[in-house]
Design a protein around this ligand. Sequence first.
Ligand SMILES: *Cc1c(COP(=O)(O)O)cnc(C)c1O
Length: 226
Amino acid sequence: MHQIVQRLIRIQDQIKEEDSKNHTPNDTKIIAICKTFPLDVIMPLIEYGHLHFGENKIQEAKIKWTNIKKARPEINLHFVGKLQTNKAKDVVKLFDYVHSLESIKQAEALVKYENKFKKKLKYFVQINIGGETQKSGIDLKDVKNFLETCKNNYDLNIIGLMCLPPDSQFPEKYFKKMLDLKTALLTSYQHQVNELSIGMSNDYIKAIQCRSTFLRIGTKIFGERN
Ligand SMILES: *Cc1c(COP(=O)(O)O)cnc(C)c1O
């Protein structure tokens, strides 16, 4: 079996192992983040039947995925990069999930093309969980209002929360905060956001333990990027 497939299976096994310690499994899915890698490197995973892939650049994604997506409509493409509003059209056309929703301007642009193409995407609101000035994402205190505006004014299908934790030896602190936020939104405001997009190559085990439902993994599957 191809090495890249073996690496994916290894992570799937680790998910099962963590789940077996829980009363209620997370059903954590792996998004293979394949940015910078050409299609021939990714192909063994597609052939194996893997269904979730992620990219962070629109232009690169269009070139790599437009034909494959037509041939295999069951594949889910996740946009995990920073979203420029002038790229909203391409995002809605090509992608199924967006992990980086963080402004009303984006919501406005996205809904315009959702209506135009009669297609609905699934969204994660990116949270600036460490309150870092240089980082993208919605501040904790603004999450409730942002969710309400996106749902009420734009009818976006927001399914979850995403974060890039501060560089730290202790990402679990931030992952726990994300889980608490998800719980608080449900219990205090009846906002049901079921999914958590947390965990990358370096911290995914901790993310599974904090009930991640979507891991975004590049290096641990494809190797180091140039
Ligand atoms: C590149 C990227 C990942 C994957 O990173 P690895 O450390 O290679 O697993 C995850 N999320 C986002 C937003 C990324 O840009």
